[in-house]
Ligand binder design. Structure first.
Ligand code: 7PJ
Length: 286
């Protein structure tokens, strides 16, 4: 099948080299009692693992495993508790042979997860914690650098930007440079505007509309819109009923250059992308 880009970006992701010649689907595996989108249904490790396997069967290209809720207003989780939630699920899923991302802000857990075989660390805090970049400098796992404004407890109270797209882009470029200075190759980096993290609906819409601006740094863009409040605001639907809106949002993000889509509804997103991929591939045959 012809690729969209003449030379696809290759993401170094632990032992995997992922060609980004089409958008990849990252399935979300939450192991939290208070996750807003799946309500802590997968707190028990076996339930989380079963859910993860279902997402793999649905066609997930990678999985994002998180033990700390970062939704607006969420309480912090101790290192011990987060470790206890995440590591057994990570270890149980390693034989599935699919790149596993661990969603954490804690350098100790980053180090432990990478040593245990995580292929990516996803940090909603942009690896700003002291020692976070250093914890990963020696290895090969990918880093997803996300932008947020403020802290989860208060970030949705009054987010403000002069120019949200320019500011998010500038932040991500600063963090790319910081990672490179710490000795992390650009081929290991992914950036993410952090939809809903200290952003109003208008901010989120500007970022989605101009997502292509964020790809200019030459680092692949990950977009996480699935089931978020902006989907609720635009459709009037509760969190359990946002699949169609989420699929549309994922497709819009793909059209604007996102190369990894972080979603809860893997099968639905895959179906939408199958259509889009087919049409995009056809372009190259003209
Ligand atoms: C995101 C995330 C996102 C990245 C969450 C939810 C809220 N990580 N973790 N990007 N969102 N990289 O799952 O809706 O948008 S937690």
């Amino acid at each position: 099948m012809p690729s969209f880009h003449f030379r696809p970006m290759i993401l170094q992701c632990g032992k995997y080299s992922l060609p980004l010649d089409r958008p990849l689907v990252m399935g979300v595996v939450n192991i939290t009692p208070d996750s807003f989108s799946d309500g802590g249904r997968y707190l028990r490790p076996d339930a989380a693992v079963a859910h993860a396997r279902r997402l793999i069967d649905e066609g997930a290209d990678l999985l994002d495993i998180g033990g700390e809720s970062t939704r607006p207003g969420a309480a912090a989780v101790s290192l011990d508790e987060e470790r206890r939630r995440v590591l057994p699920v990570l270890e149980a899923l390693l034989p599935a042979d699919i790149p596993l991302s661990v969603d954490t802000q804690k350098p100790e857990l980053m180090r432990e997860a990478a040593a245990a075989g995580a292929a990516m660390i996803n940090d909603v805090n942009g690896f700003e914690a002291a020692g976070a970049l250093q914890a990963l400098a020696g290895g090969s796992c990918a880093l997803c650098i996300m932008h947020k404004q403020g802290q989860p407890l208060t970030m949705q109270q009054a987010p403000q930007y002069r120019d949200v797209v320019a500011e998010v882009d500038a932040y991500l470029r600063v963090r790319i440079a910081a990672a490179e200075t710490a000795g992390i190759a650009r081929s290991r980096l992914v950036v993410d505007p952090g939809f809903g993290f200290g952003k109003t609906l208008a901010h989120n819409l500007s970022l989605l509309c101009r997502l292509d601006r964020l790809t200019a740094a030459g680092v692949p863009v990950l977009a996480g819109l699935s089931r978020k409040s902006m989907i609720g605001a635009l459709t009037g639907r509760e969190v359990g009923d946002r699949v169609y809106g989420s699929v549309a949002a994922a497709l819009i993000a793909a059209q604007r250059g996102a190369l990894i889509l972080r979603v809860h509804d893997v099968a639905a997103t895959r179906d939408a992308l199958a259509l889009w991929n087919a049409v995009e591939s056809n372009k190259n045959n003209d």
